[in-house]
Design a binder for this molecule. Sequence first.
Ligand SMILES: [Zn+2]
Length: 430
Amino acid sequence: MRILIKNGRVLDPSCGRDEIANLWIADGQIADDQGVEEAVADKVIDATGCWVMPGLVDLHVHLRDPGLTYKETVETGCKAAIAGGYTTIFAMPNTKPVADSEDVIRYVEEKGDKTGIHVHQVGAITKGMEGKELAPLKQLSSAGAIAFSEDGKSVMDSGIYREAMIQTRQLGMPIFAHCEDKPLVQGGVMNMDEKAKELSLPGISNAVEDIIVARDLLLAKETGAQLHLCHCSTKDSVRMLRLAKREGLAVSGEACPHHFVLTSEDIPADDGNYKMNPPLRREADRAAIVEGLRDGTLGAIATDHAPHSDEEKNGSMLQAAFGIVGLETVVPLTITKLYREEKFPALRIAELLSTGPAKIAGILEGEGAGTLQPGTTADVTILDPEAKYRVDASKFASMGHNTPFHGMNVYGEVKYTICDGNILKGELIK
Ligand SMILES: [Zn+2]
């Protein structure tokens, strides 16, 4: 099977390629077929005016399966991922039961295999995510886990966390760190600022995140562990990460679209769809996230896709669950904000959505994610950066419709999602 993707703007951050060209796929791999006649193609995609880039990689997804399948399942979550342009996703371990056993890792990865995209189940750091006793990290890695996280909370016991860092370093795998000083949250539901006062809602201070970012970076320095900071939302966490990277530590960070698009000032009322963890911060924080993404301090855009039922999200932030869906809005939000408004180069956008996260997760080399080099697996996303439309949450493939972006006018539409050479989204001209 030969697929020709013709006349697109080919963006491959793994080798700095940015040119109008044809891209060939043969037998599930990127092929080196320059000069091959169009007539030999079994399928043809006209990518004129579109970006042709390595399949998107999301380091931060909540699939809610097993146990919370009224919110999302592996199947529906992967459908949302395909709709959003993703070919590789990492599922967080805060399921029911928690992904602290080989059984859960295998269950999710086997279900994931049937969806057509690459699903990696992240292993929990402690048993039951209770923060008291380490999960069997080595066994989880044997079962297929290639990263560990306690996402949804932090391991508050620094002694246990240091031991986890020592073990993950030995395994050669990263920790994805959700940084939150739990006792300091004190019932907060949004950022602690003037807006929270106006809405009479309890706030979450920046220190809730910053204290744990500082601790985790210091532990990574002491242990040599590979530490990746999830959903950075404050200016000081960006600043601390920048310093740690300058020191040469094996650290990285990601940001979510809602943190570089919105601030707490954009919250119109006490509405559960604006409640997420970490919360929408101040303008100075948002601007620092953008600069971190621009200068490479933050190496990945992640969605923190967190589906919930309507009942769990409608109404006051006091009662609503934390989290919003993100897989199906990441491309338009990134194109609208970072490409059109902030003037990020197209190649940098492709890096943040694909090559960067693939590098952080260690799947650029072995699995060939995040690259379009000949001979690697044909994971390709094609998007039209000029397509203009309105976000319609009722059309999401995800079971979750909880988003503050419903009705927003955006640019940037995913046209094709191709994984292992299979066209999972998009229409052919041949
Ligand atoms: Zn988190």
